[in-house]
Design a protein around this ligand. Sequence first.
Ligand code: ZN
Length: 371
Amino acid sequence: MRFYDPKNSKWLEIDVKAPYEKGLIACPNFFDMHTHVRLNGQEDYDTLQKAAIAGGFGSVLIQPNTRPPIATQEVLDKHFQLAIGKVVNYHWTCSFFGQLEPDGKRTLCYSNDGIEYDTKQILEAFRRKKPRLILDHSQFYEVGGIFYEGTQIDVQKRPVCSEAMSIFRNVTLGFEYGFKKFHIQHVTTKLSIETIQTLRRYATVTCEVTPHHLFFTMNDIKNTNFKINPPLAREEDRNALLTAVEQDLIDVFATDHAPHDEKTADFQNAPYGTSGIETAFSAFYTITGNLEKTIEKMTLSPRKVLGLNDDFDFENITVIDPKVEYVVDAKKFYSKGKNCVFDGIRLKGRVVGVKLKGRWVYWDGEFHLNG
Ligand SMILES: [Zn+2]
């Protein structure tokens, strides 16, 4: 089978002993550095494992805003317990506002994702915490607002520039207190990309984009599944994101998989997030049309940002049919979250199989998770 090696940007011919191979290609397992597991009935370590594998992922990095948040050793230990016996490689982030320090093995870095903070709180955290990589959900919570200005839905709006303002605030603050590495999560606007480019003169600033922000704008918001944080921006922003991907100004493709069982129909009260780990590859490939780049940004790039140096081998691979097209049916997701902005949308390219630690754990819709 043809295998894409993102480290050397080369196609190889390898023997993977797959059930069938015609028209298929292989690559290293995907790595998602932005996954929410929720718990409390919404998503758990089993449903997330199935959803991740069906999406071609071998590793995921859990964000800290579980209930309670991953801010103490006690909570972290509970997560370790829940992940015992799973074949997916689970990694965790530590809340930037808690007591935990990343150990570099299971807990990889800080994250402030999903945790509301203001300028004073983030300043205090930068003063108090050891300088390490932080995954930054940049938001000016003080200004409020659910959607960006210009969105035709009657709820409170936030300025489009507020994301870039927060990126500038957080990186410059952190830099002043000795932080050298920042990873900006789910960028959505042209001004954010320009701000990141400026900040790269001072510190290591990487960033990620989600498939939904590459695909949709504020004009596409049809129902509360499209209530996402950060919100969908303008067409000029979406185009800037696509250009930034082309120019490799965006490092990583991440899912921001945010499952919710069922959302209320009213925009004010519905929770934020779209369930996306099962459709991420297809969506990124469909919108970019670039197979090699999609593989690179879903395999090598997140590992690079996180400083993981694991060698790619042929015992941990994801098999893809790059030609097949299908219409997303969120009801069939393995995730408990059926809230998906891609529901009903035709996508190109699909994950067919996943080999993890030398074993085919998934092939053509069937799981083989035990032994
Ligand atoms: Zn976030």
